[in-house]
Structure formats: structure tokens, C-alpha cells
Write a protein that binds this ligand. Structure first.
Ligand code: GAR
Length: 187
């Protein structure tokens, strides 16, 4: 059995897609959600799906890392999925879960990764640079931002007619299709 903890800071649409996808799965359970923002969309979505939500502030993530690790161990969490989680993960946390933390990023890494590159900032940069394709990357998390080993990538075309909004829609579709599959690879 794989018990998953989702870390999210935003709307939580990827998290919600996972709640639904794995709702009746006997091998993979989305057990709880960790967020640093108590008013983020993810909180309402998680509650709707009757998931436990734990608020962990930026300071708590840095100063009480050990306690968070303990909590996740007590809950038997064996896979952590960063789905739009915008804080840097402390080294101690990464070492506690080797090859058990994955992140989804809305570009074809190594392009458009690193600090400040999240959500629509990424899509805007892709359009500004007249890229003809973009996509998503699902990768392991290591000590460096957006640099861990790649698990999978999926691509979409970028056309002259694309806007941040249309590109975001294409990227979300790729994320919804591929993140559950990447998690299933851990079985
Ligand atoms: C997703 O598109 C995810 O790839 C991105 O944030 C969005 C979260 O949306 N992550 C990053 O940009 C990480 N650098 P959601 O909260 O609706 O799932």
C-alpha cells in the first residue's frame, strides 16, 4: 500500500484530480494534505474530499522539520507529491525521504525552472521566447530547485494564437493525465 501526502500551496486542482483518480484504489491512498496557506483553494478542495489538512507555515517548515518528518512517519506516508507547493523543501526533509518526494513542474525542465518559475510566470516566459513547444516535467526532488532526476515529461505545441490562459489549459490537461500515472509507477 502506498500512502501519499500531497504538499500544495495554490488552487489544488492537481490534488483534486488525484483525490478523484485514486478514490477507490486499494493500493494507493491519498492520505493527507500539507499546505502553507490556510486560505488557498487546496484547503476547501481537500475538505470536500474529506482529507486531513495540516497547515505548516514557512517558518514551521524550516524550524520544525523534524516534527513534520515524525508526523509523516507516524501516518505511514511513503510517497510525497508536491503539487504546486511553492516553498523550498529543507535538506533534512529531502534526506529523510530519499527518492520518495516528487514534484510536478509546468515546463520542459531544465527550461523555465528555478526560483520564480511557477504557474503562469512559466507560461508567460515560454510565450515571450516564442517557443514552439512546452510541456510538463515530473521529477524527484533533491537539494536543488527543479533539478532532481526526471521521471517523465509530456509535451504540447505552442502556437501563435496561444495566450497564457490557453497554454495554462493545455498544461493542466497534461498534468491531470500524467501525474496519476507517475504515481502508479511507484507500485
Ligand atoms: C501546477 O501547474 C504545477 O505544475 C505548478 O503549479 C500549478 C499548481 O496548480 N507548479 C509549479 O509551478 C512548481 N514550480 P494547482 O494548485 O491547481 O494544482
Amino acid at each position: 500500500m502506498i500512502n501519499v501526502a500531497i504538499f500544495a500551496s495554490g488552487e489544488g486542482t492537481n490534488a483534486e484530480n488525484l483525490f478523484t483518480y485514486f478514490a477507490n484504489d486499494t493500493r494507493i491512498k491519498i492520505k493527507l494534505v500539507i499546505t502553507n496557506k490556510e486560505d488557498a483553494g487546496i484547503v476547501a478542495r481537500a475538505k470536500q474530499h474529506k482529507k486531513t489538512v495540516q497547515i505548516v507555515s514557512k517558518q514551521a517548515l524550516q524550524n520544525y522539520t523534524h516534527q513534520l518528518i515524525e508526523f509523516l512517519n507516524v501516518e505511514n506516508i511513503n510517497l510525497i507529491v508536491l503539487a504546486g507547493f511553492l516553498l523550498k523543501i529543507p535538506h533534512e526533509f529531502v534526506s529523510a525521504f530519499p527518492n520518495k518526494i516528487i514534484n510536478i513542474h509546468p515546463s520542459l525542465l531544465p527550461k523555465y525552472g528555478g526560483k520564480g518559475m511557477y504557474g503562469n510566470n512559466v507560461h508567460q516566459a515560454v510565450l515571450t521566447n516564442n517557443e514552439s513547444e512546452s510541456g510538463i516535467t515530473i521529477h524527484f526532488v533533491n537539494e536543488e530547485y527543479d533539478k532532481g532526476e526526471i521521471i517523465l515529461q509530456a509535451k504540447c505545441d505552442v502556437t501563435l494564437h496561444d495566450t497564457v490562459k490557453t497554454l495554462a489549459t493545455k498544461i493542466k490537461k497534461l498534468e491531470f493525465d500524467n501525474l496519476p500515472k507517475a504515481i502508479e509507477q511507484f507500485l
